[in-house]
Design a protein around this ligand. Structure first.
Ligand code: NI
Length: 501
């Protein structure tokens, strides 16, 4: 039998699960089932400035039923988004209703069995999970039944009521790791739930163990840290984040929708500051950073560059994904270097900054995000420098002792904001132009004289790959590698630029 409508009872959504009173619409429905009808009604809700629009359709002698409820707010942009989304659901209903009705008619002709319930039923209702003057969070529940098999799903949208824009969930969170973190928390809670469910099972120890294993596998798949798996999230006005998983997503179909709740305090470190403000959640206390005892504002190796042949390797624009490899190389050859880092990248890779210092290298400030400082306002120049210094201090406990301005670009206005010596370079191999490997090594070694500073970039993989040969070539010529603090004759004057010893 290709069509099983008569055998399966349609799940009826009881009136009590409706979030809003629908009596008004029910009384408008005709008593007989013979005519197709559409009823559109708007009622008030218990929330200020939010009305409920409901569109109900009954087609094919009552075998195709649809009820779609969505909010109507004071903001036209929000309303447009909600209406477009409702219309897509309605279009899907019409497509499925037509298809199911054709199947039913075939089945009727074949067997003479008359359907006693709907063959297509589409329901959308919603609740307001959170509303204040600025934000509105709406949770939608959808129930779709075709041929007697029902499926439920849920999703949430948060709107900014002033701009009318939907806020992607990603913007509710400040940390890029939020999906991974939520996935971990969800798994823990769902495992616990499984253990509790298993207690109630009647079965052998082995059967229960197998049940738990199977459940965990389902949970792991359904909670992979992807946006789709976490599209059913909403925040309630009591400061709870609810994550709702679709039917079958993390459990057996018989369990229907499965929800877990997380108090926002538990994930304070993941939330955007704005969201913390709304729920009066204190910002997380930063984890104290371990600073290696050997860290000094200036990193010196005790080499006297008036006597030894010295050269300083400096790397700009990092940290990057290649910095760890470079640090491995420097460690292998026991060569110190100086890193002029960007604040923006350091924020993403704080561990790399910690390692640079722990490995005995020197750190310098290369501004927050590599702007030509001469083109900025006074406030922005100051911010580019201070923000980077503050961040590095928060990571390793010391402020950079040198500045290297992007492009070496400096003027008197910029200089007036600089309270450390400015370190430029003597040798520029233009590694960012990606010369051939041997040519790059030649450019980084042949112009070198004692007391010179070599400029390179640890954001370029070919540069990092060339460093072992550069070190070997210069060591063969009797050079000792030192930091900037070693190569420049102390004391240095803040705001003054240095290019070599
Ligand atoms: Ni640069």
């Amino acid at each position: 039998m290709k069509y099983a409508i008569a055998a399966v009872a349609l799940t009826v959504i009881p009136a009590s699960v409706w979030f809003f009173n629908t009596d008004q619409m029910r009384t408008m429905m005709p008593a007989d089932n013979t005519t197709d009808i559409e009823v559109i009604a708007t009622t008030t809700s218990k929330y200020d400035n939010i009305n409920v629009k409901t569109i109900e359709r009954r087609e094919n002698e009552g075998r195709s039923l649809m009820s779609v409820a969505f909010p109507v707010t004071e903001n036209d942009s929000i309303n447009t988004i909600l209406e477009v989304q409702a219309n897509e659901f309605i279009a899907e209903f019409e497509r499925v209703a037509t298809e199911q009705e054709e199947l039913y008619q075939d089945y009727l002709a074949e067997t003479g069995t008359v359907a006693n319930s709907a063959v297509a039923n589409f329901i959308q209702h919603f609740d307001v999970s959170f509303a204040n003057k600025k934000y509105l969070s709406i949770v939608f529940d959808r129930y779709i039944s075709t041929g007697g098999t029902g499926n439920e799903s849920t999703f949430a949208i948060i709107f900014n009521r002033q701009t009318g824009e939907g806020i992607p969930l990603a913007e509710v969170f400040s940390s890029e790791k939020y999906l991974t973190e939520l996935s971990n928390i969800a798994r823990e809670k769902l495992y616990q739930r499984t253990e509790t469910l298993a207690q109630a099972l009647d079965g052998t120890e082995l059967a229960i163990k197998e049940y738990i294993e199977r459940s965990k596998e389902t949970i792991n798949n359904g909670t992979e840290p992807t946006p789709e798996n976490f599209d059913g999230m909403f925040i309630s006005d009591d400061g709870t984040l609810t994550i709702t998983f679709d039917k079958y997503q993390v459990g057996a179909g018989s369990e229907g929708l499965v929800s877990i709740e997380i108090h926002l305090e538990e994930i304070a470190d993941l939330l955007a500051p704005e969201v913390r403000d709304i729920f009066s959640i204190a910002p997380p206390t930063p984890v104290p950073v371990k600073v290696p005892a050997s860290v000094q504002p200036q990193v010196t190796s005790g080499v006297d560059c008036d006597i030894a042949k010295c050269v300083a390797l400096t790397f700009d624009d990092g940290p990057s994904v290649y910095t760890a490899t470079l640090l491995d190389t420097l460690d292998k050859y026991n060569v110190p270097a100086t890193f002029f880092v960007l604040g923006r990248s350091s924020q993403i890779q704080p561990d790399t900054i910690t390692r640079i210092v722990a490995d005995g290298h020197e750190l310098g400030n290369h501004t927050w995000d590599h702007k030509d400082l001469r083109t900025l306002s006074d406030a922005d120049i100051d911010a580019q420098l201070q923000r980077t210094d503050d961040l590095i201090e928060s990571i390793v406990g010391v402020r950079p002792q040198y500045l290297r301005p992007p492009y070496g670009a400096i003027n008197n206005v910029v200089r007036s904001y600089v309270d450390v010596p400015i370190v430029l370079w003597t040798v520029d191999p233009e590694d960012w132009k990606r010369p051939p490997h041997d040519e790059l090594i030649r450019r980084m070694t042949q112009p070198v004289k004692s007391g010179y500073i070599i400029l390179a970039h640890d954001i370029h993989q070919p540069t990092v790959a060339a460093v072992p040969e550069v070190i070997a070539a210069l060591q063969a010529e009797g050079y000792t590698f030192v930091t900037v603090s070693d190569i420049l004759r102390q004391p240095l004057v803040p705001g003054q630029a240095y290019r070599q010893r």
